[in-house]
Design a binder for this molecule. Structure first.
Ligand SMILES: [Zn+2]
Length: 102
């Protein structure tokens, strides 16, 4: 089943824009970044699909962490996102489609 990644997600009352923005990610020395102040999730476009999908889930988990007041280490967020990848992609057969993200 294909699932289109939306341009915006909402975590409780907080809207986040999903976008490819290498200026932001590279200047932060990373490939993905959640900026709560700007309410956006910035991703690096040129990644292998499995890496991009896992990175996106990782950043979504950061919005959950922030707004549900969880205290997780980044490595925990990484492990959880890998676990979600196994469940969503390998078990449910979901495929993310990035056509709407610019
Ligand atoms: Zn992280």
């Amino acid at each position: 089943m294909k699932v289109k990644i939306p341009r915006k997600i909402k975590m409780l009352t907080h809207p986040y824009t999903i976008k490819f923005d290498e200026k932001v990610t590279l200047s932060a020395g990373t490939i993905g970044l959640t900026r709560h102040y700007y309410q956006d999730i910035c991703l690096t476009r040129e990644l292998p699909p499995s890496e991009l999908n896992q990175l996106f889930l990782h950043e979504v988990l950061h919005t959950i962490e922030r707004h549900f007041n969880l205290k997780l280490e980044d490595q925990d967020v990484d492990r959880l996102s890998e676990g979600l990848c196994i469940f969503l992609f390998d078990n449910l057969g979901i495929e993310f489609v990035w056509d709407d993200i610019t």
